[in-house]
Structures are given as structure tokens and as C-alpha cells.
Write a protein that binds this ligand. Structure first.
Ligand code: DOR
Ligand code: ZN
Length: 343
């Protein structure tokens, strides 16, 4: 039985750090284990241009623990008002690595998102020219589409046409949750998907059976077990189209345990440990390094990290809460001991 595992230091290709005082908490959790992270732009005031991305990047760098070399990789938030010029500036910068498409109303801070995907064509055309990857929250928001079907409908209605019209555009289907998402990525050139710990570990029973479990609520919502199994197979297959993206999305305990609880699982306290557990359960620890440390940088055309990280098989229990300014954060999968620990 493997009791110790050393891998190239991983990166997180989908992360929410929030802003302001929250950075004092969030940056340290991620910087402890990841060398780089693709930082989501869905702040209360979204990061809609390169100037805002530069300022946000600096705030993140300022929040790094002493001596830490963590690098935030910035993204732009696409809106109905994004101009071709915004994309050109992003492409020419050396710190914006992608742009994110949030359908308006799909998730946290998405009210400024895109309402008409077809009107984005000039922007997508410029992204293709600049070779700037498109990151997608792939869910429709039509009220008449069932929440469990929103990802597959988005793929059919929007992603398939986008890929057809912009064949050289690199696309990451973020936080994939369904067989249809895996299938789309497998069959389309220059596409990839990030996979989260929560969607690999849990199905919708973990959200809804025996009472409602608000800390397992995220978007896209957890799906049925057959989908989870497909995601686990993709993650552990060694196919470079699938790589690590936690979607760690901190909300205060109050905001989660609420009449109208926020979507998002905070996993950054134990992200690589959770992935190690998933791969271990599948007897696929030999595939963890590719998924965590190689395929992401390869897709983004960045060098792989030089540093390493060592995991031990050693059980520990996350605390029930972490301090989060004057509030608290409840970590994901807090009730069950974690199986792996970072040396
Ligand atoms: O659960 C989620 N939380 N899904 C998202 O897409 C956004 C995220 C957040 O920012 O809270
Ligand atoms: Zn996210």
C-alpha cells in the first residue's frame, strides 16, 4: 500500500479567492499546496478588463504569506459590453490567461454575465485570434429547464455551435458534472474540462438525503451517481483533456446555512488531499500527478512546475469552522476524516 506520494507541485485551474479582507484567508489556503491558480473573475464588481485584472492580481500577491511564491493567473469576465479591444489587451498582457463566460443569472455574481451568447461572436473571434482560452460555466438559465438538465442543454444549444464556428478556440468546460460534458470534451478538438472534488466524491443524494446539506450545494448542482462515476473514470483515465480545478468557492457559514443558501463548496483547506483520496479509491494514484500537475499547464501552454509536493497517508479531521474575518467558513466534507495529509 502506498503510504507516501511525491508529485510535481500541482496547480488549481479553477479557483475563487474573492476580494478585500477575504484574501487574507483564501490566498494562504491555496498557496499552501498549489503553485498557480486560474482565478475566477466573478467578484461583486466583476473583473471585466485588463486594468481591473492587474489591480486584483496585485491585491492577491499582497495577501501571500511571507516568502510564498504562489502565482495567480488572471481571467476576464465576459459581459454583453465586452469589446474586441478588451480581448486584444488581455491577449497582449502577460498576466491574463483566459476569459470566462457566465450566462447571466447562472451562479454567484453572474448578473453582469452574458444574456445573448450569439452576440459574443466578435469577441470569440478575437479570442480565437489571440489564442486566449474560453472558460465556460456551461448551464442554461431558462426557468423552464430543470436544474439537473441545465448543463447538457447548454452544451447542445451553445457549446456545440461555438466549437463549430470557432474551431481553433480553446475551450475549458469548467466543473463538468455530466456524461454529456465528458462526451463533448472527448469528441471535440482543443477542448478540456476541469473536475472538482465535490463532483468526483458526491452525488445528489449527498445533498438531499437525510436532510438538506447546504455545504454540499454548488453549481452546477451535484448529479446522479452514474454521472459521478463517469467523471471519476475521466479523471483517472490519464486523458490530458481532464485536469484539476477545485472551484473552491468560499461563502460564510451564515450565507450557506440560510433560507436562500449560496452555491459553492470551500475545498481549498484540503484540495489535493481530497483528490488523492479519490484517485486512491480507484487504485489510480499513479494518475494523480498528470491530472494535478501536467495536463493543466500543457493545455494552457505554460511550463510544468519544478517544485514537488509530498502527500502522506495519514488521517486527520478538518475543524468544523475556520475563521473568516469576523465570520466563519465551513469546510467541505468536514464530518468525515480526510485520508491524506501534506508533509
Ligand atoms: O457553486 C458555485 N459557486 N458555482 C459557481 O459557478 C460559482 C461559485 C461561486 O462563485 O460561489
Ligand atoms: Zn467557479
Amino acid at each position: 500500500m502506498t503510504t507516501q506520494l511525491t508529485i510535481t507541485k500541482p496547480d488549481d485551474w479553477h479557483l475563487h479567492l474573492r476580494d478585500g479582507d477575504a484574501l487574507d484567508t483564501t490566498v494562504a489556503f491555496t498557496a499552501r499546496q498549489f503553485q498557480r491558480a486560474i482565478v475566477m473573475p466573478n467578484l461583486a464588481q466583476p473583473v471585466v478588463n485588463t486594468q481591473l485584472a492587474a489591480a486584483y492580481r496585485q491585491r492577491i500577491l499582497n495577501a501571500r504569506p511571507e516568502g510564498n511564491t504562489f502565482q495567480p493567473l488572471m481571467t476576464l469576465y465576459l459581459t454583453n459590453n465586452t469589446r474586441v479591444e478588451d480581448i486584444r489587451q488581455a491577449g497582449e498582457s502577460d498576466f491574463v490567461y483566459a476569459a470566462k463566460l457566465y450566462p447571466a443569472g447562472a451562479t454567484t455574481n453572474s448578473s453582469n454575465g452574458v444574456t445573448d451568447v450569439s452576440a459574443l461572436s466578435p469577441v470569440l473571434d478575437e479570442m480565437q485570434k489571440q489564442d486566449l482560452p474560453l472558460l465556460v460555466h456551461a448551464e442554461v438559465t431558462d426557468p423552464d429547464i430543470d436544474v439537473f438538465d441545465r448543463e447538457q442543454v447548454f452544451i447542445d444549444k451553445y457549446l456545440v455551435p461555438i466549437k463549430k464556428n470557432f474551431p481553433e478556440l480553446r475551450i475549458v468546460l469548467e466543473h463538468a458534472t455530466t456524461e454529456q460534458a465528458i462526451d463533448f470534451v472527448l469528441h471535440n478538438h482543443l477542448t478540456a474540462a476541469t473536475l472538482t472534488p465535490q463532483h468526483l466524491l458526491f452525488n445528489r443524494n449527498d445533498l438531499l438525503v437525510g436532510g438538506i446539506h447546504p455545504h454540499n450545494y454548488c453549481l452546477p448542482i451535484l448529479k446522479r451517481e452514474t454521472h459521478r462515476k463517469t467523471l471519476v473514470n475521466a479523471a483517472t483515465s490519464g486523458n490530458p483533456k481532464f485536469f484539476l480545478g477545485t472551484d473552491s468557492a468560499p461563502h460564510t457559514t451564515n450565507a450557506k446555512e440560510n433560507q436562500c443558501g449560496c452555491a459553492g463548496c470551500f475545498t481549498a483547506h484540503a484540495a489535493i488531499e481530497l483528490y488523492a483520496e479519490i484517485f486512491d479509491k480507484e487504485n489510480a494514484l499513479d494518475k494523480l500527478e498528470g491530472f494535478s500537475s501536467f495536463y493543466g499547464p500543457d493545455f494552457y501552454r505554460l511550463p510544468r512546475n519544478q517544485q514537488t509536493l509530498t502527500l502522506h497517508r495519514e488521517s486527520w479531521q478538518a475543524p468544523s469552522h475556520y475563521p473568516f474575518g469576523k465570520q466563519t467558513l465551513t469546510p467541505f466534507r468536514q464530518q468525515t476524516p480526510l485520508q491524506w495529509t501534506i508533509k
